[in-house]
Design a protein around this ligand. Structure first.
Ligand code: ATP
Ligand code: MG
Length: 332
């Protein structure tokens, strides 16, 4: 089977609907045809300020949500990044072949460093994409299903793989990003031209997977729209309504024109009520399953440990090869 790698940061107590639609739904479908590795990338989450105990809790919660959303740890390898030391080790090697200017062109770094300010912007935030390249390349990955915001990082990963291969000999498989065009970017409900993010400053426009159903419904009813009053897809003129239509279509598997027809001549209130029902129905079972899994953290930890062992076997084989080719003297 071809290989698949993807991951999410444990940067909040809950995942948001963009993570679900842009990534998790694809993961669930692809795990049958691919040998899949799904990581909770806790080393990446250290690039923003964290309380240690909270980070541990968020890491378990993220893993529980993967499983609750349908990732099966018996089929796919679902593990915590820091449990496999090879990630940090390969990141160092790759950092030595990454250009300073090349890393400086990454838009996520520019966005996040601007948001954090100079004092909170670490070297780790700068080298984040190099660690991500290591994540992917360790598993000799064929495809990387991600949202649109990660496309640039996967392009960098490809460049680094090709550079290493041409400098030291064929070592890495060169991965392809897989981005579902229509759902590649879900926007904040209060600010529908900005990407919805776990680490948004305000969560008024963020739909959390683990939100109480009443809270999700309220956020949808309050979503920013426009004064036209027609349920119609138009990204430029109607970013708010278009975003809601994309969410509606993604969760129901229906086409946008069919949804427009259903709500023709009806107001935004009706449309939002319909969407709230769709979202609550979709999230309900995921939420209760996640909370159930979190009731037994010891069992969850056992699953993660067993999966980390599987991941490590693959990762260490690649790392060994890399060290050897790069000219590091191997310990006998
Ligand atoms: P953070 O704010 O901490 O960066 P995030 O919500 O951006 O959190 P990540 O952990 O960085 O989430 O990304 C996890 C996956 O979710 C990636 O594949 C990313 O492309 C995807 N993703 C994140 N936000 C969205 C979104 N708004 N729409 C579609 N996909 C998204
Ligand atoms: Mg992100």
């Amino acid at each position: 089977k071809p290989r698949l790698y993807s991951g999410m940061q444990p940067s909040a107590d809950s995942l948001q609907i963009g993570n679900y639609i842009g990534a998790l739904m694809q993961w669930r479908d692809l795990q049958e045809a691919y040998e899949a590795f799904f990581s909770v990338v806790d080393l990446h989450a250290l690039t923003q300020p964290n309380d240690p105990a909270e980070l541990r809790a968020k890491t378990r919660r993220t893993a529980a949500q993967y499983i609750a959303a349908g990732i099966e740890p018996s089929k796919s390898t679902l593990y915590v990044q820091s449990h496999v030391p090879a990630h940090a080790e390969l990141a160092w090697i790759l950092s030595t072949i990454t250009g300073f200017g090349e890393a400086g062109r990454m838009t996520q770094f520019k966005d996040k460093s601007q948001r954090y300010g100079a004092d909170a912007t670490s070297v780790g935030l700068f080298t984040y994409p190099v660690l991500m390249a290591a994540d992917i390349l360790l598993y000799q990955t064929d495809i990387v299903p991600v949202g649109d915001d990660q496309k640039q990082h996967v392009e960098l990963t490809r460049d680094l793989a090709e550079r290493f291969n041409s400098r030291y000999g064929e070592t890495f498989r060169v991965p392809m990003p897989v981005i579902q065009q229509e759902t590649a970017r879900i926007y904040d409900l209060q600010n529908p031209t900005a990407k919805m993010s776990k680490s948004a400053e305000s969560d008024a426009g963020v739909l959390w997977l683990l939100d109480d159903p009443a809270v999700s419904a309220k956020k949808i009813m309050r979503a920013v729209t426009d004064s036209e009053g027609t349920v119609r897809y138009d990204r430029e003129a109607k970013p708010g309504v278009s975003n809601l239509l994309v969410i509606y279509a993604a969760l129901t598997g229906r086409q946008i024109p069919a949804i427009e027809d259903e709500y023709a001549g009806r107001g935004y209130g009706d449309f939002k009520k319909g969407l709230a029902e769709v979202v609550v129905n979709e999230f309900g079972p995921v939420r209760s399953r996640a909370l159930e899994l979190l009731d037994d953290p010891a069992e969850l930890d056992r699953v993660l440990a067993a999966n980390a062992a599987r991941a490590e076997a693959v990762a260490n084989a690649t790392l060994d090869d890399v060290y050897d080719r790069a000219g590091l003297l191997r310990r006998v």
